[in-house]
Design a protein around this ligand. Structure first.
Ligand SMILES: CC(=O)SCCNC(=O)CCNC(=O)[C@H](O)C(C)(C)COP(=O)(O)OP(=O)(O)OC[C@H]1O[C@@H](n2cnc3c(N)ncnc32)[C@H](O)[C@@H]1OP(=O)(O)O
Ligand SMILES: CC(C)C(=O)C(=O)O
Ligand SMILES: [Mg+2]
Length: 620
């Protein structure tokens, strides 16, 4: 059977071969891990520039802008209304300065039309639209893309005057005027008859053109719930009055995709003069269908799509630019070969910028721009990604300008499998045997079950605890400690002796760690002095892993001797331990140091035969 699946919508990545994996240097670090951060950064930068220029060559030329016509039937204009409908999201108000910054970025992204605001709504918004028109609407670099700058207005002279005042200085100005056409809106909101509405619409479109505006968009608000025949009629009249774009809003996000597609197809088929204007979509997201409806509209003949960055907008928002654009880019062949002029590599940056300025943060699972959109947490997916990225990704992160923390987007967690965890160790530069890996993986799962995310620092802490221990002589079975302000701290410790026998010690102490160490001393009975004790939280948050490091020295004071070997020594041994529980982490570190000491003393064999009377001389 032949496999024909196309994994990526562009920039396909070849499956990695084993021989292509990074070579290792003698000290066990992979060459990639050994490279300095600046060389890694430079390499990544160069790769990115190469990929970008390849993609730019592939991108098709944007047809010359003519308000009422597009010379290439496959080209779809992207009308961005982040600064108008997007700003209608509760709490998303932006200052004029912020709107200007976002508008500049929208121009870089390559949107065809920027709806910069509703100039009649306030003097500040008029100023914001005006400065966007002057600055962003007049790019100075030769050959730079010139976006249309548009202002919204109701169908009245005051609003239209304000809109024209705001956009007139752009090289490509547009006035967008609207009036509702559904029964429900005309009757209850406008309190006007359909005839009055048609008369106002015609008059106001003609008025906007009479001001000298070459490009006038008209929207029959709530078209999704408007009578079809009435729509054909009002649209015919506004085309005659000079409208260049007819925008069909599903104002309350009511239609289903097939319905909205049919609405556009019907308008295209039945509105006299429609060939002299561009049909546009404007889909709200009340039923979560805005993107689907927009694509259905495009398929049915709309050649302007109104969208917002991150899908922000009134109520549940609008169709999101990144979803619509990437769907067209990925699945263009099923959308009659449509394409846009968007430079998708600016999507990530633009999304972040809009989040920052609007204060509206996208949910982690938001398509295209959510933090998890290119992250893989479960073992089977991670294994697939490591073998070939196309198994679980339909878009290359490069395509939207996303640089992720690691090449495969792997996020370690409780659902990760051996392939992913092993590859993380390789990435961090560790080479361990299969046996060591199995031990490590068991501990990894224990930690991952308790933590939301396992970080690189967690892995390193676990490794040093699990793998780089000397041969285990005494191992920790259980530890239980109580502490607080009501009484003495106590601890019970159960250790497994080298011969497999369980030994239990109990002690009080000045705190739970002190009590636990004294309980260990009761069992192992090596006279020691605790020279150093330090604990760091290597990871962040309440579920952080604590790493403890101790240094112990054989106690030679008072001629103390190991109870069984009769030896005394003043050599230091360090030990480290890691766990989310600080007492467990501390006991692991202490045992690690004592095990080294026991190995050194050759006491392993005898030490399980602890006499009742053995004295412990441990000083703090
Ligand atoms: C679907 C959409 O997203 S439409 C865009 C929505 N955006 C906004 O409303 C943001 C900006 N709006 C504003 O700042 C204010 O609403 C303004 C400045 C436009 C108007 O404020 P006000 O004059 O105080 O009027 P208010 O908003 O209370 O009421 C709207 C009036 O406009 C009328 N109206 C509504 N839509 C239209 C229209 N498209 N054309 C003409 N008149 C309209 C209403 O019938 C109402 O008229 P009435 O006062 O005779 O009853
Ligand atoms: C102003 C119009 C186009 C609008 O935002 C809507 O109908 O949703
Ligand atoms: Mg809207």
């Amino acid at each position: 059977m032949a496999f024909t699946a196309k994994p990526y919508c562009s920039t396909p990545t070849k499956p990695p071969t084993l021989s292509a994996r990074a070579p290792r240097s003698a000290h066990g670090l992979s060459a990639a891990a050994a490279a300095t951060p600046s060389t890694v950064r430079l390499r990544a930068f160069a790769q990115r520039i190469r990929a970008q220029s390849q993609q730019q060559q592939q991108r098709r030329r944007r047809p010359e802008y003519v308000p009422h016509r597009i010379d290439d039937p496959n080209y779809v204009r992207i009308f961005d209304t982040t600064l108008r409908d997007g700003e209608q999201s509760p709490g998303a108000t932006m200052t004029s300065a912020e709107k200007l910054v976002v508008a500049r970025q929208l121009a870089r992204l390559g949107v065809d039309i920027i709806e910069a605001g509703f100039p009649a709504s306030s003097p500040d918004d008029l100023d914001a639209v005006r400065s966007i028109a002057i600055e962003v609407g007049n790019p100075v670099e030769e050959g730079a893309h010139v976006p249309v700058i548009c202002g919204l207005s109701r169908c009245n002279k005051r609003d239209i005057d304000a809109a024209w005042e705001a956009v007139r200085n752009a090289r490509r100005p547009r006035i967008h005027t609207f009036i509702a056409t559904s029964e429900i809106h005309m009757q209850h909101k406008l309190r006007k008859t359909p005839e009055q509405v048609v008369a106002i619409a015609k008059e106001m479109v003609a008025y906007a053109r009479s001001l000298g505006c070459p490009d006038v968009e008209f929207s029959p608000e709530d078209a999704g719930r408007s009578n079809r025949e009435f729509l054909y009629h009002i649209l015919e009249e506004v085309i005659k009055a000079g409208a260049t774009t007819l925008n069909i809003p599903d104002t309350v996000g009511y239609t289903l995709p097939y319905e909205f597609g049919k609405l556009i197809a019907d308008i295209k088929a039945n509105t006299p003069g429609i060939e002299n204007a561009i049909i546009s979509t404007h889909c709200q997201n009340d039923l979560g269908l805005a993107t689907a409806n927009t694509l259905a509209g495009a398929r049915a003949g709309a050649r302007q799509l109104e969208v917002t960055i991150n899908g922000i907008g009134e109520r549940a928002g609008n169709a999101s630019l990144e979803e619509v654009v990437m769907a067209i880019k990925c699945r263009g062949e099923l959308l009659d070969g449509l394409y846009t002029g968007i430079n998708s590599q600016h999507i990530t940056l633009t999304s972040k910028m809009v989040q920052e300025h609007s204060g509206l943060h996208v949910q982690p699972h938001k398509a295209i721009v959510g933090a998890n959109a290119f992250a893989h947490e479960s073992g089977i997916h991670q294994d697939g990604m490591l073998k070939y990225k196309g198994t679980y990704e339909i878009i290359s992160p490069d395509d939207i300008g996303l640089t992720r923390a690691n090449e495969f987007g792997i996020v370690l967690g409780k659902l990760s499998g051996r392939h992913a965890v092993r590859s993380k160790l390789v990435e961090l530069g560790y080479e361990i045997s299969d046996k060591e890996f199995e031990d490590f993986f068991k501990r990894y799962k224990e930690v991952a079950e308790k933590k939301k995310r396992v970080t690189d620092e967690d892995i390193e802490a676990l490794l040093s605890d699990e793998i780089f221990q000397p041969k285990v002589i005494w191992s920790l079975a259980d530890v239980q400690a109580t502490c607080g302000t009501l009484g003495l701290s106590t601890a019970t410790v159960k250790l497994i002796a080298p011969d497999g026998e369980e030994k239990i010690g109990c002690s009080v102490g000045t705190g739970p760690v002190d009590a636990a160490y004294k309980a260990v001393d009761q069992i192992i009975q090596i006279p020691t002095v605790l020279r150093e004790y330090g604990m760091t939280s290597v990871t962040e948050g309440i579920d952080a892993i604590a790493t403890t490091r101790v240094v112990v020295t054989g106690d030679v004071t008072n001629n103390s001797k190991h109870a069984l070997t009769g030896q005394s020594f003043n050599r230091s041994f360090s030990g480290s331990g890691a766990a989310m529980d600080i007492v467990v982490s501390s006991v692991r570190a202490y045992l690690s140091a004592l095990n080294k000491m026991c190995s050194f003393a050759g006491a392993a064999k005898a030490s399980s035969e602890v006499p009742e009377s053995a004295s412990v001389q441990r000083t703090e």
